[in-house]
Design a protein around this ligand. Structure first.
Ligand SMILES: *Cc1c(COP(=O)(O)O)cnc(C)c1O
Length: 458
C-alpha cells in the first residue's frame, strides 16, 4: 500500500481486539530471574505469592512458558468500551519537523482514566472478583493507576483502597476525586494508618512519599484484612502480559497497512507500557524473524536503566515485598519530586531488565524541561495534550526523527503515547512560568540508594 493511503488514524474493528495476551517470557532464552522470598532467599512459591496476590494472577506471574494466554470474554467486553485504541500517523508532526521519517503513535489516553493502566486494572479486578474476594488494595503515584483500578473495581463491584503518594495527593486533588467518584477509598502515603507508614514517617519526617512507600502500606493492609489482596499497576510480569494488548493491536495495525517499524520507543516507569508495546515485536526479534531498535526512555531524575545496578533488590521501601532481580537505584532511593509521577519508581520490571541486560533493548534518559518542550510542541501540532510520562517518549521520538533528517533516512518510528495530561496542569504551569528545574542526581546521591541494595549472590 502506498504511503499516502495510510490514514491519520488507524482503527481496527472491534472484533480485532486480541483474543490472547502474548507472554514474551516464553520466547526469552534467558528468563527473568524469579522473585525471591526476602526471609529464605528462595524463589517465591505460588502459595507464598497467593497470600498477597490473586491466585490466577500468581499463575500468570510464574508462567514463563505459555506463549498465548486467552483474554476472558468479560475482559474483552470491557476492552470494547475503549479499544482497539488508535494507531495515529503523525503526518503533521513529520511536516513540522521536516523529517523524512514516518512517525506513528499508539494512543492509550482515550478512556476516562486517561492512560494505558486500565488494560491491566480490568484484568486484575476480574480475577479478584472471580476468586470471590471482597476488595483490593494498591498504591498510586501520579494517580493514573488508582483511577484505572477504581473504574475497574466499580465495574465488578469490588472494594478499592488506594494509597496515593503524598506529593501527588496534594498536587492532583482532581484525580483523587475521580477515584472517589468510582467509589475508591484514597489515603495519602506515607500515612499513620499502617505500621510501615508510621515507621517511614519516623525515619523521614516531612517526606513527600514515593511509590516504594505506598506499596509497603498497601501490601500491609491487604495481608492484614481478610478477603483482600494487593494489586500492582506496573513492574510485575502479569502487568506486562496484560499490556501486551497494546503491542498486539499495534502489530495488527502495522500488518494491515504494511507498516514496518524500525524504532519503537516508550517511556519506562516500572516498564509495563513499554513491555506491552514492544512484546510481539520483541518476540519476533527473539525468534530471529525481524529486527527492531527498542528504546526505553526514563527521567534523568530517576535513571534506573541508565545509571542503576542490575541486582536483586527490594521492590518497596518498607522491604516487605519479594526481592526482584532488576535494574535498580535501591529501594531507599527517593527521587526528586519531578513532574512525571508515573516514572518515579526506583526499579524496573524483571522482564525488561533481563532484555536490556542481554542487549536486546536500549535505554536513554531525558531532563524534564526538554520533555515539556516536546509535550508542548506535540500538543500544538498533533492536538493531544500528553501526560508528562508519555512526553518522555515524544521527546526521544522527535530527537530520532530529527536525526533521520540530518542523515536523510526515512525510518519508521513508533512510540507509545500512554496518556493525557489534563490532571498535570500544575506541571505545565511550572514549565510555562519558567519555574521548572532539571534535577539530576549526582553519583554521591545515587550511592546512598545503592548502599541499601542487599548483597545476594546466587
Ligand atoms: C504509569 C504511567 C506510565 C509509566 O508506567 P509503566 O509501567 O512504565 O508503563 C507511563 N505513562 C502514563 C500515562 C502512566 O500513567
Amino acid at each position: 500500500m502506498s504511503d499516502h493511503k495510510i490514514p491519520y488514524k488507524i482503527y481496527l474493528e472491534e472484533n480485532e481486539i486480541p483474543r490472547y495476551w502474548y507472554n514474551v517470557r516464553a520466547d526469552m532464552k534467558n528468563k527473568p530471574a524469579p522473585l525471591l522470598n526476602p526471609a529464605t532467599l528462595k524463589p517465591m512459591t505460588a502459595e507464598e505469592l497467593g497470600a498477597v496476590f490473586c491466585d490466577e494472577l500468581v499463575s500468570q506471574e510464574l508462567d514463563d512458558a505459555t506463549r498465548l494466554i486467552p483474554i476472558p470474554e468479560e475482559i474483552r467486553q470491557f476492552y470494547a468500551m475503549y479499544r482497539p485504541s488508535p494507531l495515529m500517523r503523525a503526518y503533521r508532526l513529520e511536516k513540522a519537523l521536516g523529517t523524512p521519517a514516518k512517525i506513528y503513535y499508539k494512543f492509550e489516553g482515550n478512556n476516562t482514566s486517561g492512560s494505558h493502566k486500565l488494560n491491566s486494572a480490568i484484568a486484575q479486578a476480574y480475577y479478584a472478583k472471580k476468586q470471590g474476594l471482597k476488595g483490593v488494595t494498591t498504591e498510586t503515584g501520579a494517580g493514573q493507576w488508582g483511577t484505572a483500578l477504581a473504574m475497574a473495581c466499580s465495574y465488578f463491584g469490588l472494594d478499592c483502597k488506594v494509597f496515593m503518594v503524598k506529593v501527588s495527593y496534594e498536587q492532583k486533588p482532581f484525580r483523587r476525586e475521580v477515584m472517589r467518584t468510582y467509589g475508591a477509598d484514597v489515603t495519602p502515603s506515607p500515612s499513620t494508618t499502617t505500621e510501615v507508614g508510621r515507621k517511614i514517617l519516623a525515619d523521614h519526617p516531612g517526606t513527600s512519599g514515593s511509590l516504594g512507600c505506598a506499596i509497603s502500606e498497601a501490601v500491609e493492609v491487604a495481608t492484614h484484612t481478610p478477603g483482600y489482596r494487593y494489586v500492582l499497576g506496573s513492574v510485575l510480569n502479569q502487568v506486562l502480559l496484560h499490556q501486551s494488548v497494546i503491542g498486539l493491536e499495534t502489530k495488527a495495525a502495522c500488518d494491515k497497512y504494511d507498516i514496518h517499524p524500525d524504532i519503537i520507543i516508550g517511556c519506562a516507569g516500572g516498564g509495563s507500557n513499554l513491555g506491552g508495546l514492544i512484546a510481539p515485536f520483541m518476540g519476533e526479534k527473539l525468534r530471529g524473524e525481524a529486527n527492531y531498535r527498542f528504546i526505553a526512555v526514563e527521567p534523568a531524575s530517576c535513571p534506573s536503566f541508565t545509571r542503576g545496578r542490575f541486582a536483586y533488590d527490594y521492590c518497596d521501601t518498607g522491604m516487605v515485598c519479594p526481592l526482584a532481580k532488576m535494574y535498580t537505584l535501591g529501594s531507599g532511593f527517593i527521587p526528586a519530586p519531578n513532574h512525571a509521577g508515573g516514572l518515579r519508581y526506583h526499579g524496573m520490571t524483571t522482564t525488561l531488565s533481563q532484555l536490556y541486560h542481554d542487549g536486546l533493548m536500549e535505554a536513554t534518559s531525558v531532563v524534564q524541561t526538554d520533555v515539556f518542550k516536546a509535550a508542548e510542541q506535540f500538543a500544538r501540532i498533533e492536538g493531544i495534550l500528553p501526560a508528562p510520562e508519555s512526553s518522555h517518549a515524544i521527546r526521544v521520538a522527535i530527537d530520532e526523527a530529527l536525526r533521520c533528517k540530518e542523515r536523510g533516512e526515512d525510518k519508521t518510528i513508533v512510540f507509545g503515547l500512554t496518556g493525557t495530561g489534563y490532571f498535570d496542569m500544575t506541571a505545565y504551569e511550572k514549565f510555562h512560568d519558567g519555574k521548572m528545574t532539571d534535577y539530576i542526581p549526582t553519583d554521591e546521591d545515587l550511592a546512598i540508594g545503592f548502599a541499601g541494595i542487599p548483597s545476594i549472590n546466587l
